[in-house]
Design a protein around this ligand. Structure first.
Ligand code: ACO
Length: 422
């Protein structure tokens, strides 16, 4: 069987035969047939907008790999900073490289005092932390002269380090502000996840991060670090393609993540479980979903048509966390929902399985995070994925400014009507 596809334009009889490589063929071939012909593909369901070497995802078989390494192995054996290095640089670091990288990230965690005192203090007392996070990421770019120097690899590296290092600081700052608590400065003696937990929860001098919770946070960060061309990463690439600075691009990506169909889903899951209220009400809730009254949040995925491999790891992490914190009472409702949904033909036929968000919210809640913080917890590690894609985009000679075409369906030309005659 030939690895080609042949397209015939029946209007003209013209034909092009193009190679298929890795399940993809170049749409530019259509331009050979007719340069004014476009493919209509809302939500990019059938479009590969870039060639990428970062993350491999096989949704049908529930496979996820970063730079070739299975997510299960990374979650078990690696640290978040090691994974961050891998995503950005393409290879796992040597001991020396990891030491340098860890030192660099750890020594860029502080933020300018004006950022907190002038910018963050201006928010309303009950501002949503994700709104604060998005704006703070954008504002951060105004503090660094080199932020716009995107053609310079050294300057680019500095912004990458800064964004990875400062995202937990911004996140914890947003939380402490919303609680009216004093800001806790980063502690360079702690690991990346422990430093974040410390900035979140430290009240007195005796506070110490439980190593089991530190590991759980690390695993959650690893699982959320990248997920190829999702909505947020696509936003990063689209905005980055205009050569906007990485802070503005990351703020756009974080805005995409804020939506309840994307990173906001874990918040929606916990609210949904709380609304259901008890295991006994699960069947009635499932019926209401099947009748079109809302969705079963935390289920379904654009790409996974099988169990999301991250959901399996997170489910295990949830039990590890509950051993320290006590069981989240919503867990029983979640388990009952999962059991019913996985056997119900509505969900089975549509290949709807639990995604990463189904259990992550339960862990976050058990760790003490308010639901408003959940998407921020997703944004911290995903920052590295956005940056890996941003860098790849800038190094890819095939990329240009993103500019899709449209299928115009509005009125034909018509004459202006004065307001009195409308
Ligand atoms: N509950 C009930 N029905 C669902 C769900 C759900 N969670 N998800 C999809 N469906 C149904 C749709 O109604 C549709 O049914 P139909 O064919 O009878 O019309 C069918 O399954 C296909 O759904 P689409 O919306 O076309 O699938 P799409 O790929 O566009 O959506 C999405 C993927 C947005 C994730 C969707 O499954 C969803 O809304 N899930 C709930 C929100 C959620 O958990 N999001 C987190 C995703 S993971 C992440 O972003 C980190």
């Amino acid at each position: 069987m030939a690895d080609t596809i042949t397209i015939t334009d029946d209007r003209t009889g013209k034909t092009v035969t193009i190679p298929i490589e890795g399940g993809v063929f170049p749409a530019s071939a259509l331009r050979e047939l007719d340069p004014s012909l476009f493919m209509y593909d809302p939500a990019y369901m059938s479009t590969a907008a870039c060639k990428s070497e970062i993350t491999y995802l096989d949704g049908g078989n529930g496979v996820l790999r970063y730079r070739g390494y299975p997510i299960e192995q990374l979650a078990e054996k690696s640290t978040y900073l090691e994974v961050a290095y891998l995503l950005i640089n393409g290879e796992l670091p040597t001991a020396e490289q990891l030491e340098t990288w860890t030192h660099e990230v750890t020594h860029h965690t502080f933020i300018h005092e004006n950022m907190r005192k002038r910018f963050v203090d201006g928010f309303h007392y009950d501002a949503h932390p994700m709104g604060m996070f998005i704006s703070s990421v954008a504002a951060l770019g105004t503090f660094y002269e080199g932020a716009k120097d995107i053609e310079n690899p050294d300057a680019r590296h500095r912004q990458i380090v800064r964004l990875i290092a400062k995202s937990p600081t911004l996140a914890a700052m947003a939380y402490r502000f919303s609680m009216g608590l004093p800001f806790i400065y980063p502690d360079n003696d702690l690991s990346y996840p422990a430093n974040f937990l410390n900035m979140m929860w430290k009240i007195g001098p005796d506070y110490e991060v439980d190593p089991r919770l530190e590991r759980a946070m690390e695993v959650l960060f690893i699982l959320h670090a990248d997920h190829e061309q999702n909505c947020g990463t696509t936003a990063m690439r689209v905005v980055g393609s205009s050569h906007a600075d990485p802070y503005s691009s990351a703020a756009a990506a974080a805005s995409a993540l804020y939506g309840p169909l994307h990173g906001g889903a874990n918040e929606a899951v916990v609210r949904m479980l709380a609304d259901i209220g008890s295991k006994d009400d699960v069947p009635a809730f499932i019926d209401s979903v099947k009748n079109g009254d809302g969705r079963l949040m935390g289920f379904g995925h654009r790409v996974y048509k099988n169990y999301d491999p991250r959901a399996t790891i997170i489910k295990q992490a949830a039990y590890d966390v509950f051993e320290v914190t006590g069981k989240n009472p919503l867990l029983d409702i979640a388990l009952a929902l999962e059991e019913v949904a996985l056997e119900d033909s509505y969900f089975v036929d549509r290949k709807l399985y639990p995604n990463v968000d189904f259990y992550s919210g339960l862990i976050y809640q058990a760790l003490g995070f308010p639901v408003d913080m959940f998407t921020v917890l997703f944004a911290i590690p995903r920052t590295v994925g956005w940056l890996a894609h941003w860098q790849e985009l800038l190094n890819d000679p095939a990329q240009k400014i993103s500019r899709p075409r449209q299928w115009y369906a509005g009125p034909d030309e018509r004459d202006y009507v004065t307001i009195a005659e409308r």
